[in-house]
Write a protein that binds this ligand. Structure first.
Ligand code: 5AD
Ligand code: SF4
Length: 450
């Protein structure tokens, strides 16, 4: 029997690396541990239980875990009650090997083992044996309830887990397993209950949200339609969508329910060169990607786009890199997340023999970032003087100000009372920076706008 009181008098600290999936997983871990009366603490030196929720998508992930654990190593001698564990993708990838390599660790649990955390932690306290739980639950339907302890205005909701795309650079299919979708019914119920708890905006998350397929045959476009029609959620965002699965139907539904479905789409290109895309196994050419962009912009005028780019993918020539550079000029994204390629275990590209020298990747990355800074500046200017609906989410760090976002995911600061948090107001933009807008609330005393 699980000791539900195991956490009494014990603090828990979780450090989180990586994507929104991990952020959401951390929240779930904390919710589960709070049920055992563990108390979340702000710094690791006050904790009896330390968990590192790791990411292995890029660059030296095991090294990062090792160096963080290095800080805690000596604490164990002083505090025999301290238990240290690793979750997330590194744990999934390394399994028992991680515990062998870093002896101070007590347990490791994979991405599909989060709901077993209470048992794993209990065993870590009750037995001297190291605990490893890293099996994929590929055969079970993906069914969970979103766990948020104190939901704010915006919440993340997992709609799929895993990925079947096997892009040749990416470790995710190996660390998150096969793609599974939650049922439509479960998602509607989940989001209705979040709305009842005060949530106004959800971001649907998954490695590849638009390949969502519920067992009743519903696809992503239909999921969006259903959520827009059957729930009172005010705003729906999603990330990450895959260009190959972005279809006209999704564009049409986004246009039809524009008041709810936000005008911001993260559409990872990874490269602007067709041959590189082929070697990445992305499932589209440069032209097909640009056709998707044109389809989206035609159906949803004013939509804001962002992307992910990898430079220095094995075999990438200067000319091929130039195609990526020109993609930025053609699409003019408001934001890019650009990375140097890093070889990942198990992946096909790690075995490609034509790895690009670090110095070339570094230079190419800098070229993209420098140019993108200029583009973002140019695109940011026209926001000044315009008026937008802003859903206010939290108090800002700046005194007397609150912060929220436009439908385009632009961060907005304005002077206003805390009572407007959770409400939507018209805001006149007085100053526009590439990533932040400052504005004045026009209808402060108006009733909540939808
Ligand atoms: N090297 C560099 N970047 C990578 N990404 C994923 N795998 C790698 C890798 N091996 C980037 C991709 C992806 C984002 C989440 O991380 O751009 O879209
Ligand atoms: Fe990785 Fe490609 Fe799946 Fe995205 S779609 S998680 S990049 S394999």
């Amino acid at each position: 029997m699980l000791n539900q009181d195991l956490g009494r008098g014990r603090g828990v600290y979780i450090s989180t690396y990586g994507c929104q999936m991990n952020t959401n997983d951390t929240e779930r871990m904390l919710a589960l541990l709070e049920m055992m009366n563990f108390v979340p603490v702000e710094s690791p030196d006050r904790a009896s239980l330390i968990i590192i929720n790791s990411c292995s998508v890029r660059e030296k992930p095991v090294h990062k875990v090792r160096s963080e654990v290095g800080h805690y190593k000596d604490w164990k001698a002083k505090n025999p009650d301290l238990r240290i564990g690793v979750g997330g993708c590194v744990a999934q990838q390394e399994k028992a090997k991680l515990l062998k390599d870093i002896p101070v660790l007590d347990f490791a649990f994979g991405t599909d083992a989060i709901d077993q955390l209470p048992e794993i932690v209990a065993r870590a306290y009750e037995s001297k044996e190291k605990q490893v739980s890293a099996r994929f639950e590929n055969d079970k339907p993906y069914s969970i309830e979103t766990m948020v302890r104190n939901p704010g205005v915006a919440a993340f909701v997992n709609i799929t887990k895993g990925c079947d795309n096997f892009c040749t650079f990416c470790v995710v299919p190996f660390t998150r397993g096969r793609e599974r979708s939650r049922s439509l019914k479960e998602l509607v119920t989940d989001i209705k209950s979040l709305v009842a708890r005060g949530v106004r905006e959800v971001t649907l998350i998954g490695q590849n949200v638009n390949s969502y397929k519920s067992e009743c045959g519903t696809d992503f476009a239909n999921l969006m339609r259903t959520l827009a029609e059957e729930t009172d959620i005010q705003r729906i965002r999603y990330t990450t969508s895959h260009p190959k699965d972005f279809n006209q139907e999704l564009v049409d539904i986004s246009a039809k329910y524009r008041s709810k479905i936000c005008d911001y789409i993260h559409l990872p290109a990874q490269s602007g060169n067709t041959e590189v895309l082929r070697r990445m196994n992305r499932g589209y050419s440069r032209e097909e990607y640009l056709d998707k962009v044109a389809m989206i912009r035609q159906g949803i005028p004013g939509v804001v786009l962002s992307t992910d780019i990898i430079v220095g993918f094995p075999g990438e020539t200067e000319a091929q890199f130039e195609d990526t550079r020109s993609l930025l000029e053609t699409v003019r994204y408001e934001n890019i997340y650009a990375f140097k390629y890093s070889p990942r275990p198990f992946t096909k590209a790690a075995r490609y023999t034509d790895q690009v020298p670090e110095s070339d990747s570094k230079r190419r990355l800098q070229i993209l970032l420098d140019r993108q800074r200029e583009i973002a500046f140019e695109l940011g200017e026209p926001y000044s003087g315009q008026t937008y609906d802003v859903l206010f989410e939290v108090k800002a760090q700046i005194p007397d100000q609150i912060q929220g976002r436009t439908t385009h995911n632009k961060l907005v600061y304005a002077v206003g009372p805390d009572s407007l948090i959770g409400q939507t107001r018209r805001v006149h933009v007085t100053k526009a920076f590439p990533n932040v807008l400052h504005g004045e609330i026009l209808n402060q005393n108006a009733g909540a706008l939808l």
